[in-house]
Design a protein around this ligand. Structure first.
Ligand SMILES: CC(C)(COP(=O)(O)OP(=O)(O)OC[C@H]1O[C@@H](n2cnc3c(N)ncnc32)[C@H](O)[C@@H]1OP(=O)(O)O)[C@@H](O)C(=O)NCCC(=O)NCCS
Length: 181
């Protein structure tokens, strides 16, 4: 997905990451409060090297989608769908994060709605999944507002920040199960 994707917020679009986002990426991502809600692939502290590695991954995402959340021309966070492999190729892990200064303004909801809608319309995946940590109700709310349903609580499924925690599995399903082709 290379083109710019509008959202319901006029100032906010989803667009490919660019090398010019490096400083903004480090500024927004280098935050323990963001890291605490992300999987182990999101580093802390977030160094210049981490930004370079991320920008290289995002430039060549393969079957996955990785986009910057752009507000007024600056990258303030990221959103993506990581394609599964083999029998899970039509499922993607949906994720997003936003720099703390931008929380509470409906930006993640607008971004999640826009990307999920595009994926469904273009039949890029049959199913989107997200596992939210038990201490992250704002993200559960974002997913609910973006049309995901709460499907399960996965007890003691993850270890984060010194705790064994439950995760809540959310999914948005675009295609019914049945014969393919
Ligand atoms: C989670 C995150 C993406 C939310 O972004 P955001 O732009 O602030 O979210 P929005 O403003 O679109 O919506 C947040 C919703 O959570 C609600 N909310 C906030 N605090 C809450 C709480 N303690 N309990 C329940 N709901 C809460 C808000 O009221 C809002 O819902 P509403 O519109 O129905 O009122 C952002 O905080 C973030 O990046 N956190 C760190 C990384 C992360 O958690 N990523 C997701 C991993 S699953």
């Amino acid at each position: 997905m290379s083109a710019q994707l509008p959202t319901e917020l006029p100032a906010c679009v989803l667009r490919p990451w660019s090398a010019a986002d490096r400083d903004d990426l480090i500024h927004e991502a280098n935050n323990r409060k963001v890291w605490r809600n992300m999987t182990h692939t999101f580093p802390h502290p977030y160094t210049e090297r981490d930004a370079d590695l991320w920008l290289a991954i995002a430039a060549d995402p393969g079957a996955s989608i990785q986009l910057a959340i752009d507000v007024d021309g600056r990258a303030v966070g990221g959103i993506g769908a990581i394609a599964g492999e083999g029998i899970f190729a039509r499922t993607a892990q949906f994720g997003y994060w936003l720099g703390e200064a931008h929380w509470g303004r409906g930006i993640a909801t607008a971004a999640a709605r826009a990307l999920a809608q595009r994926i469904g319309r273009e039949q890029l995946f049959a199913r989107l999944e997200a596992q939210v940590f038990e201490w992250n109700p704002p993200s559960m709310r974002v997913l609910e507002k973006a049309g995901f349903e709460r499907q399960a609580v996965l007890h003691s499924a993850a270890t984060k920040d010194g705790y064994l925690i439950d995760t809540v599995l959310y999914a948005r399903v675009f295609e019914r199960a049945g014969p393919v082709g």
